[in-house]
Ligand binder design. Sequence first.
Ligand SMILES: [Mg+2]
Length: 314
Amino acid sequence: MPTILFLNAPLRKSRDAAVILPNGPRAGAVVNRMNLLLCSDLDRTLIPNGPEPESPRARALLRELARRPEITLAYVSGRDRALIEAAIREWRLPVPAYAIGDVGTTIYEVRDGKWRPWSEWAREIAPDWRGLGRDGLAALFADLDGLTPQPPEQQGVFKLSYHVPRAAARGPLLAEVQRRLAAHRVRASLIWSIDEARDTGLLDVLPAGATKLHAVRFLMAHRGFQEEHTVFAGDSGNDLPALTGGLQAVLVANAGEDVRQEALRLVEANGNLDRLYLARGGFLGMNGCYAAGVLEGLVHFIPQVECWLDARRA
Ligand SMILES: [Mg+2]
């Protein structure tokens, strides 16, 4: 006797993929599959390139998990596309569905091995620079001593990057850059960091809206991921807004004590204490560092994930 499917609601192209089971005891049932978005920083979060050891099974478990149809993986990194792809190869990381790179200024959709920059994101953040573009913005600072443009491969459509002598008077220099930006009503964030290997200062000028947190929220809104089905994982200072801004978030156990304290202070101030999980180790006998911490935090917020991991271990 043929199976006849009666659907009392039309199939929707919605955030929860509708799956029809054509045979078996639940023939005809429509199951709304959970659609989870796992967003993770790379260096020292999924990539075990810090001083702490990595639990041996952690990345293999993560790879297994990433194969589940319920999981959508997004990397959120300061790396550019080439360095993200290099990390995937070197550390045998799963290929993500999305990659937020260049310090949050680019979102790629990855499909069938092709990386497509998401023009919707460019349109979202472009107004911060008042249509100036990178070259237009650079012209504002051309006469400033101490700012040396980084090579072209370090620049992005929405990332203007300089080398700055480490001994440069950082305060006055940044103040002058800020003054010129304000005079042109450009909304930009200035990211100052140190390249220890080259013993030089680095300055990135980015659209103010191009943060990891804003990019994750943009991805959620445009692909229909719900708050309770989204988890962000990170380890360091540039992850703090995303860790403490209201997303379900996990700080891996290898994070520095200063980052842990600052994260706790911020979630308390923001009223998000229950939205941040501090990985501590012990989950599946692992140490809570790197991928182990990401998995521990994901299971904390979405306990069903543990069943999938158990099934894989059996
Ligand atoms: Mg990191």
